[in-house]
Write a protein that binds this ligand. Structure first.
Ligand code: PLP
Length: 264
């Protein structure tokens, strides 16, 4: 009998009690793309629009139980990885991915929130670099994350063009390097690289908005597009368009000026 189950996307990431980032942003993004979303919660944050007030990491055996439950019953097209908190969690997630070998793994190497809160222990950087990144179909670092991964500053677009090759050498199949942190008034330029192909520039007008959850949303939108059968490059372009539109429609649910994205 044909397998009639719809393709699902699984997010393994952190929960944001404020509903703007993390698992909550991932599931809203999957739903907006009409992809059924599954979740395995790797960390819990107590959080609002002004910052993170507490973090709790569930036992890795329970994380693995959530991942096993998802693979045991659903047709998973893409796994999206977000906040993984520490090296033990990274090892548990890598072990599970080595076991299940999903078609696509989109890795958002979440390290430090825009508010300044640390979402990955510094000691976990090595495990991320050596164990998880080589398993990824795509990694989506922003510039501060790429600087930590490569140990070198990336002050301008020329340095970004060099950095993307350094990031490719870490072993992921493709890299989407996000340029939103570069100073200036010009377009925001993200770079996409896959294998030996020419680096592709994805540009959007810069929006002067203090937003929360853009990185989670971008990686989830890539994952949803991959689930729907698009190529890696087409998925990245569509995801960047989605984030831009969601930012334009963003709203302020909390008491600070911080905007969350519109997924409706
Ligand atoms: N909280 C969680 C659980 C996250 O996964 C992330 C980012 O991935 C953040 C907060 C930070 O989001 P932002 O840097 O957009 O504020």
């Amino acid at each position: 009998m044909d397998d009639q189950r719809p393709i699902c996307a699984l997010t393994i990431a952190g929960s944001d009690s404020g509903g703007g980032a993390g698992i909550q942003a991932d599931l809203k993004t999957f739903a907006a793309h009409r992809v059924h979303g599954l979740s395995a919660i790797a960390a819990l944050t107590a959080q609002h629009t002004r910052g993170v007030t507490a973090v709790e990491v569930p036992p890795t055996a329970f994380l693995r139980a959530q991942i096993d439950a998802c693979f045991d019953d659903f047709a998973i097209g893409t796994v999206k990885l977000g906040m993984l908190a520490n090296a033990s969690v990274i090892h548990a997630v890598t072990d599970a991915l080595e076991h299940y070998r999903p078609t696509h793994v989109v890795l958002d190497p979440v390290m430090i929130a825009t508010s300044g809160a640390r979402l990955l222990e510094a000691a976990a950087l090595d495990a991320l670099r050596t164990r998880l990144i080589p398993l990824a179909t795509l990694i989506t670092p922003n510039l501060p994350e790429a600087e930590l991964l490569l140990g070198t500053p990336i002050p301008d677009i020329t340095a970004m063009r060099e950095a993307i090759h350094g990031l490719q050498r870490l072993g992921a199949r493709a890299v989407l390097l996000k340029g939103g942190h570069l100073p200036g008034d010009g377009d925001v330029v993200d770079l996409f690289a896959q294998g030996q192909e020419d680096v592709c520039e994805i540009a959007h007008p810069r929006l002067r908005i203090d937003a929360h959850g853009t990185g989670c949303t971008l990686a989830s939108a890539v994952a949803a597009n991959l689930c729907r059968g698009r190529s890696l490059q087409a998925s990245c372009i569509a995801a960047a368009d989605y984030v831009h539109a969601a930012l334009r429609g963003g709203y302020r649910p909390g008491r600070s000026e911080v905007v969350v994205l519109d997924h409706f």
